[in-house]
Design a protein around this ligand. Structure first.
Ligand code: HEM
Length: 91
């Protein structure tokens, strides 16, 4: 929780529905380095504390290595809640 409300960290196993199973390597790198939800350039900016601003310095090799590792682990179905804006979070 912070001034932005309440956020829940992304679930990053390669599950098709709730994880990064259907994401391309390109999407993963956009999420990580440009802070875009689902790695699509036109979606909302990812909220704190996801440190994407710092990750903007990652190289292609680094984002590809993280993507390859995450795609290699067991997919688990786990839906993470949507962020809650501050007005609701403070109730
Ligand atoms: C190499 C390390 C990390 C990777 C690969 C990573 C990856 C990601 C990705 C791909 C998303 C977007 C998920 C989506 O769009 O559905 C995300 C969101 C998020 N991450 Fe990270 N992350 C990392 C480190 C961190 C750290 C260190 C924190 C907090 C201390 C964090 C907190 C969050 C939060 C709260 C969100 C959700 C933000 C929102 O809903 O707007 N992440 N992360």
């Amino acid at each position: 929780m912070g001034p932005w409300g309440v956020t829940y960290p992304a679930y990053l196993t390669p599950d098709d529905d709730t994880g990064i199973g259907s994401w391309t390597e390109e999407q993963f790198s956009i999420a990580l380095r440009e802070g875009r939800y689902k790695g699509i350039k036109t979606t909302r900016q990812l909220l704190p504390p996801m440190p994407w601003d710092m990750y903007s310095h990652m190289t292609d090799q680094e984002t590809k290595a993280i993507y390859a590792y995450l795609k290699s682990i067991k997919p688990i179905d786990n839906l993470v809640p949507n962020p809650v804006p501050p007005t609701h979070a403070m109730n």
